[in-house]
Write a new protein. Structure first.
Length: 152
């Protein structure tokens, strides 16, 4: 996802609904594989847990890939922009401090897809956690350290 000047207009009509399930994706700045180091990836996982602790969203499944994440959530006491702003800004501060670096961690914006009730949530979760397999990072899902799912 390149940083396009018009990209923010693409999501001008974004709608957030409490109780709705969304698949969220964010990509690192210049697709920098900062999360290839699993210890740095755990800092991202901490932000997913923080969102759940603060009752902003319930995490249903997630995977942190070297240069992006996919996060299946049920939105609670937040909006999509507020949830992603908090998640991306807090993770950027934590990662930058850990790596003793500065500057942007994330590309601007994020992708979201509302999951219709008739969609098979377990199939979506399996698709998410199988990302490392499809990317050729591991031979078995359980060999990859940065994923979780409510169902698996």
């Amino acid at each position: 996802m390149p940083d396009l000047p018009h990209a923010n207009r693409l999501r001008g009509g974004r709608y957030s609904q409490s109780g709705q399930i969304y698949l969220l994706t964010a990509v690192t700045h210049h697709r920098d594989p900062v999360f290839a180091n699993w210890r740095v990836g755990r800092l991202m996982v901490d932000q997913f847990r923080q969102a759940q602790t603060e009752e902003c969203a319930e995490s249903l499944a997630w995977v942190v890939m070297p240069d992006h994440f996919h996060w299946l959530v049920e939105l609670k006491n937040s909006t999509l922009p507020a949830l992603m702003l908090a998640t991306k800004s807090c993770s950027a501060r934590a990662v930058n401090a850990s790596l003793k670096r500065s500057g942007p961690l994330w590309q601007r914006g994020f992708h979201d897809r509302a999951i219709r009730r008739e969609d098979d949530l377990q199939a979506v979760a399996r698709y998410i956690v199988a990302n490392p397999l499809r990317a050729g990072l591991v031979r078995r899902v359980h060999d990859y350290p940065l994923w979780d799912s409510k169902w698996l």
